[in-house]
Design a protein around this ligand. Structure first.
Ligand code: NAP
Length: 282
């Protein structure tokens, strides 16, 4: 698996297996299958409520922990200094691991500065290798970096053919922040899996629409997270390292831009209130 360098001794596999919306009872098997077909990077979160089953799937796979790159995220209710320290300990227990490769502040709300100080300490103590954020605007990523010891090393945001985030991505990459794409398929919204332009490009290489989307993201030096519970689709999604898109293909994909999230805006006050009202006790 190709990797991107985050810091001297940390490399992140460019393709990760996402477990959002995989029910607890299916997660262990999904993770075991994903590792079997070759994934070495798994993306979970406290709020997905399946960290325990991710840990079980990893154990069942028999793979050496050191060969994996594991991400989890701190949910809003834990985004302050004390609760981040405690809740990352609970994530470690649920995953049944001595360290986590990457921990992200999941949403840009609550006491982000307090939480960040806790993540810095956990990194310094060797409990976390890399720390970052998710769903942050460029201004808040740069601000957090400027006024703390450690700058965010990753920002995980929505990127797909309908929400390409060109400026956001290039600006962060210039600031040496690794960008990760969530919902690369827009969860199938806007008929992504029937899109004629993506299909036409895929047909040239004998690849599916999903494979074209993943390749397009990887070629932008974006780490991409894809979710599937279906072993055939898991295998299909990782089979993207034997073809390259042309500039013409990329220009055609550029025309799909709609400049809007396919889900919601993180700056919408009603959404901030709604997400902040989730008390998950994680
Ligand atoms: P996604 O990966 O864009 O889409 C998943 C959907 O696509 C599922 O319905 C899946 O169905 C289908 N699919 C997968 N591969 C396919 C293929 N080759 N052909 C046809 N259909 C296919 O959506 P996502 O799960 O929301 O995003 C991916 C990961 O990003 C998540 O799992 C999570 O780790 C992360 N994420 C992070 C945030 C955040 O706020 N930080 C938010 C959302 C997601 P099957 O399972 O039936 O194959």
């Amino acid at each position: 698996m190709e990797t991107l360098k985050i810091e001297n001794d940390v490399e992140i596999p460019v393709l990760g297996f996402g477990v959002y919306q995989i029910p607890q009872e299916e997660t262990k098997e999904a993770v075991e299958n994903a590792i079997k077909v070759g994934y070495r990077h798994i993306d979970t979160a406290q709020s997905y409520q399946n960290e325990t089953e991710v840990g079980e799937g990893i154990k069942a796979s028999g793979i050496d922990r050191k060969e994996l790159f594991i991400t989890t995220k701190v949910w809003i209710e834990n985004v302050n200094y004390q609760d981040t320290l405690k809740s990352v300990e609970r994530s470690l227990q649920r995953l049944d691991m001595d360290y986590i490769d990457l921990v992200l502040i999941h949403q840009p709300y609550n006491d982000v500065y307090g939480s960040w100080k806790a993540l810095e300490e956990l990194k310094e103590n060797g409990k976390i290798r890399v720390i970052g954020v998710s769903n942050f605007g460029v201004d808040r990523v740069v601000d957090l970096g400027l006024h703390n010891k450690i700058a965010p090393q990753v920002n995980q945001i929505e990127i797909n053919p309908f929400h390409q985030q060109e400026e956001h991505v290039t600006t962060l990459q210039k600031e040496n922040v690794v960008v990760e794409a969530w919902a690369p398929f827009a969860e199938g919204r806007n008929n992504l899996f029937q899109n004629e332009i993506l299909k036409e490009i895929g047909d040239k290489y004998n690849k599916s629409i999903a494979q074209v989307v993943l390749r397009w993201l990887i070629e932008r030096d974006i780490v991409v997270l894809a979710k599937s519970v279906n072993p055939e689709r898991m295998a299909q999604n990782i089979d993207v390292f034997d073809f390259k898109l042309t500039d013409e293909d990329k220009s055609k994909i550029a025309t799909l831009e709609q400049s809007n999230s396919q889900f919601f805006s993180h700056a919408d006050p009603e959404m901030i209130k709604f997400l902040s009202s989730w008390q998950l006790n994680v």
